[in-house]
Every structure is written in C-alpha cells, then in structure tokens.
Design a protein around this ligand. Structure first.
Ligand code: GLU
Length: 504
C-alpha cells in the first residue's frame, strides 16, 4: 500500500457527520479551514463522515452541502465534485479500512479482541471503584496466535484494537502549541468493531492520510481524540499532520452554545433573514481578531487576506447575537438592493398571505424593502417594520388608549379636521412631495407644529405615533393600494375615508 506523504501544498478538510443541521460551531470550523486553504493557495476538501450508520442520513448530507454553499464556501474536492482521492464519503470505503486494519494486525500493531460488552463493562466498573482510569486492561493484547485462530474459527465475534505505546503521546497544535497526553489516559482503542464497522478515530486517520491532509483544523471537542489518532499515524508509519483545535463556542450565559440559546444552525440564521456575508464575518471573529486594531467588518475577500490561523485564541468564544445582528444590519444597508429585495421577499409574501406574486407585487415589495430594510437587524423583521402599510386597522388605531388620548386634544382635532379635508380634496395618487406640502399647509393654517402636528396624522394613517418617515410610507401605501392582494393595502385617501366613517 502506498505510504501517503503530507509534504507540499496545504490541504485541509471539513469532515462533518451528516446527522443533523450544520451548527455554527461546525460552520466556524468549515470557515477557518476554507479561509486557511484559500489564503495559502491550498486545497479545501469536503468529506462526509458517516460511520455512525444509525444517525447518518442522506438528506442531511444534501442539506449541509446546500448550507455551506449558502454561506459562501466552495470546495475543490468532495462527494459532489469528486477529486483525486475518492471516495469522499466514508461509508463508500469500508474495504479500505478493513485492509489497513488487517495490515496493522499482521504487523503486530493491532490485535483481535474477544472481550464482550459485559466483560468490558465489568472491567470498567472495577477500575472506577478502585479510582483508576477506566482503561482497557489489555485482556486480549497478548493472546497466542493459535488461540486467536481457534476462537475466530469457532465464530466468536471480535473487534480489532490498536496497541497504544507505553509512552506519552505528543503533537503540535497551531492554536495551543505542543500538547502531550500521558499514556495513562489513552488505552488500546477499538478501530474496527466486532460488527465490522470501523470507528471514527481510525477512519479519520486513514482518510486524512490518504487525502494528504497537511493541517487538521477542527473543534477542541476532538482534542482528547488526537493522541489516539497520532498513535495510529505512528503505527502506520505515516507523517503526523499539524493540528489546530478551535475553542468551544459558548452562549451568552457562558454555557456551551446549544439550541437552548435560540438559533444555532446555519438554516436557522438563514430563515431569520441573516445574510451569509454577515454570518461569515461574524463567525470569523469567534476566536480570531486581526492584528492591532478593533476592525470588525470584513468582506469574504478581506477575510481571506487578513485571517491568520496562528492568531486564533485557545480560549472559548462567546456568541454575541447582538453583534451578529449589528453586522447583519450593516450588510443589509450596503447590499445590492435587488439581492436584498429577493432575500426579503419571502418574508413579506408570507406576512401578506401571497403564494404567487405578480411582477407588480414583486416590484412594490422591492420598494418596501429598499425603503425600510436599512432599519431592521434581520430581514424577518421587515413585515413588522412595514406593519402600518401591510396590516393597517383604522378601528384599532383609533381605539388604542394612547392614541385616543392624543386624538382627544383640541389641537389634534384641529389638525385632523384640516388634514382630512385636504386629503379628501386630493386626486390620487399622492406623491411624497405633495404630501409634504399638504402637511405644511396644515401647519400654516393651524399654527400647530412638531409632535402635536405629526402624532395625530401619523395615528390616522398608520395607527402608531412613531414609525418610518412619511416620505417612505406614503408612496408605498399609494403603490400598494393599486395592487390586487388577498387583503388590500389602503391608500392615504382610503385611510382618511375609513377614519371619517368611524367618526360618524
Ligand atoms: N466528523 C467529525 C465531526 O463532525 C469530524 C472530526 C474531525 O474533523 O476530525 O466532529
């Protein structure tokens, strides 16, 4: 068998298990691998680790590919694009793992283990009772070859275990420096189960070596697996790659980030109207900061230029949702309007109960987005921001106690009286400029200005005392009122008419 060598160009991989949604912790691992590969002019590989047959599902593989693409990552080799070291899905590689395991057994570096689950459990309990590390005691380590053959021939199930050397295991980590594990904490590990299924710690080494991975960048939940993997590289006589274990991501309460904290998967954030470039920018800052300075906004290209794996901190990063949303707002503001409108559209359509929008409806919604999106943190907040346009209810507007209080003042009555008359005399549609001059006229005629002038008018048209500027609202109301929608949008004049009808 060829002995893989890892010298040469940077080759890194992201190796998710298709057992669920891509969590931000894993997505950050994917991102750091991608940034490192792109920056070094190296190769980024996607490998599907589906040795856990009970939990792995093809639909999760499809979804994770979609989610990573959404985030803006691309890979040079993978199950969908192929590459020089196939297959890129572990379940397609069983025989290879078997062959290497047999080689290790024949070289005396691994051995067959006949211990049953019950025996192992009993040994474990005994060790724990004596306050010892529950290591495998090596029961089958030195069985005579004849006994092994006899028991195998008798059909006794057996696993294959690797012999862990009786010395500390060291490896280099780009984030943590040299890491050493004493041999007391690493015991002979199973590499192939008695069912014939190989285990993660084993297949990961075979794959990383065969795929000529130079740097293994992954979450620090794998730190304690690494000595086992290093022992495997050594047993196989292969060069050990560089490692970089990324710190755990914590929630705002400093507990490990989980569903309990709310949105945690790429799909969750996408469904909230978080832009991929905002999420990428934010995730890059989880454990990494640029040299000297507190710059926070980085486009993907800038990240590729500036990112430095050696500056990644080993201490945990706290996921700050507010900061992500702040960045998202920035990217919404600077985004190409057509693209932002396209992303925002489904949120608005859902709020309006529209299945198939006409091109006029889509144009109107693009105008709604252009006018209002810069004041939301996430695009799923847009319908709420546009609520006074989308779901205006004149009766509720007047009845709300805080509004009734404003409308019942003498000055408000004067403003409303004149304003209503002026709007009723208008021919539709009313432009933003025309609306502005009408308000000026009301101000002149009533001599009322500021909140006393604007609040009653705003209540009458929107149902609230504050909200987006009239300059933005009026054209959107006028344009929306000309569309055929499940629930019609009221024009400025229709709002005034509805108000009048309720007064009498
Ligand atoms: N399949 C492993 C995981 O998802 C990959 C670990 C590794 O990168 O080695 O955690």
């Amino acid at each position: 068998m060829e002995q893989p060598s890892i010298s040469g160009k940077v080759r890194v991989r992201f190796a998710p298990s298709p057992t669920g949604q891509v969590h931000v912790g894993n997505a950050r691992t994917a991102l750091f691998n991608w940034l490192f590969a792109r920056q070094q002019g190296g190769t980024f590989i996607l490998r599907i680790e589906d040795t856990d047959l009970d939990r792995s599902e093809a639909r999760y593989e499809t979804q994770l590919i979609e989610d990573l693409k959404w985030l803006g990552l691309d890979w040079d080799e993978g199950p969908d694009v192929g590459g020089p070291y196939p297959p890129y899905r572990q379940s397609d590689k069983w025989q290879v793992y078997q062959d290497y395991a047999e080689r290790l057994v024949s070289e005396g570096k691994a051995y067959r283990c006949f211990c049953t689950q019950e025996e192992l459990e009993r040994q474990r309990e005994e060790a724990l009772q004596q306050h010892l590390q529950p290591n495998y005691p090596g029961t089958c380590r030195n069985l005579a070859p004849e006994e092994v053959e006899r028991r195998r021939a008798a059909g006794e199930p057996c696993a294959i275990r690797l012999k862990i050397p009786e010395r500390p295991i060291r490896f280099h980590d780009m984030v943590r420096g040299w890491v050493e594990f004493s041999n007391e904490v690493v015991s002979d590990l199973i590499i192939i189960r008695s069912t014939g299924v190989p285990v993660y710690n084993y297949v990961v080494v075979i794959d990383d070596a065969e795929m000529k991975i130079t740097h293994v960048i992954r979450g620090d939940d794998h730190l304690s697996n690494t000595p086992k993997q290093v022992a495997l590289y050594e047993a196989l006589g292969w060069e050990v790659p560089e490692f970089a274990h990324l710190s755990t991501i914590l929630g705002p309460d400093k507990e490990r980030l989980s569903k309990r904290h709310g949105a945690t998967s790429l799909a969750n954030f996408r469904d909230m109207g978080v832009l991929p470039e905002a999420l990428m920018n934010y995730m890059a800052l989880l454990g990494w900061a640029p040299t000297g300075g507190d710059r926070e906004i980085f486009s993907p290209i800038e990240l590729v230029e500036e990112f430095d794996l050696t500056r990644v901190t080993p201490s945990s990063a706290v996921f700050d949702f507010e900061k992500l949303y702040w960045l998202n707002r920035h990217y919404i503001k600077v985004g190409v309007p057509e693209r932002i409108a396209e992303i925002a559209e489904p949120f608005c359509l859902r709020a309006l109960g529209i299945d198939k929008p006409t091109s006029d409806v889509r144009t109107w919604l693009a105008h709604v987005t252009a006018a209002l999106a810069s004041s939301v943190n996430k695009l799923d907040e847009l319908p709420e921001r546009a609520a006074s346009i989308f779901h205006f209810d004149p009766a509720a507007a007047i009845a709300a106690p805080e509004n009734a209080e404003v409308l019942n003042t003498t000055s408000a009555r004067a403003v409303v009286y004149i304003f209503v008359a002026k709007i009723l005399a208008e021919s539709e549609p009313i432009s933003a400029d025309r609306f502005k001059s009408l308000i000026k006229e009301v101000q002149k005629e009533t001599k009322i200005k500021g909140p006393a002038l604007f609040h009653p008018i705003r209540i009458l048209l929107t149902g609230a005392q504050s909200g987006p500027e009239f300059d933005k609202l009026v054209p959107l109301m006028e344009e929306g009122s000309r569309l055929e929608l499940p629930k019609p949008i009221l024009s400025v004049k229709q709002r005034v008419v509805a108000f009048e009808a309720l007064q009498s």
